[in-house]
Design a protein around this ligand. Structure first.
Ligand code: FES
Length: 118
């Protein structure tokens, strides 16, 4: 995995994400307190640009069909999306934001299997 310098820390505001690109991949930077997170830039449901989503109460709401994801870790909170957001490694060095070009392994707990009716 290679880290790429994509933005300055100051470019990411509290109430708005910042979309950056590494090659053909869109990546969304979000501020979480005094830290940043990097997630896939397109919704896993149908590809909406998540930079146009709403940030409220610790959640990111997709602009198209309103799936919700936790800002803290990208975990899925509300459908219709079925998957959490892929997260990318991120480092801040001297005010510059560096992001990895490969998503991290999924850290989310798998949802329990639905049991079939008896
Ligand atoms: S594209 Fe995001 S919920 Fe449908």
């Amino acid at each position: 995995m290679t880290l790429h310098r994509v933005a300055r820390f100051a470019d990411v505001t509290e109430n708005r994400g910042l979309e950056v690109r590494i090659d053909d991949s869109k990546i969304l930077l979000l501020k979480v307190g005094d830290q940043l997170r990097a997630y896939q830039g397109e919704c896993p449901h149908a590809g909406a640009p998540l930079v146009e989503g709403a940030l409220c109460n610790g959640r990111l709401t997709c602009p198209w069909h309103k799936a919700q994801f936790r800002i803290e870790d990208g975990g899925l909170c509300e459908p219709p999306a079925l998957d959490s957001l892929k997260r990318y490694s991120l480092e801040v060095r001297d005010g510059e934001v560096w992001v990895g070009d490969q998503p991290l392994p999924d850290a989310h707990t798998p949802r329990p299997m639905m049991s079939a009716p008896l």
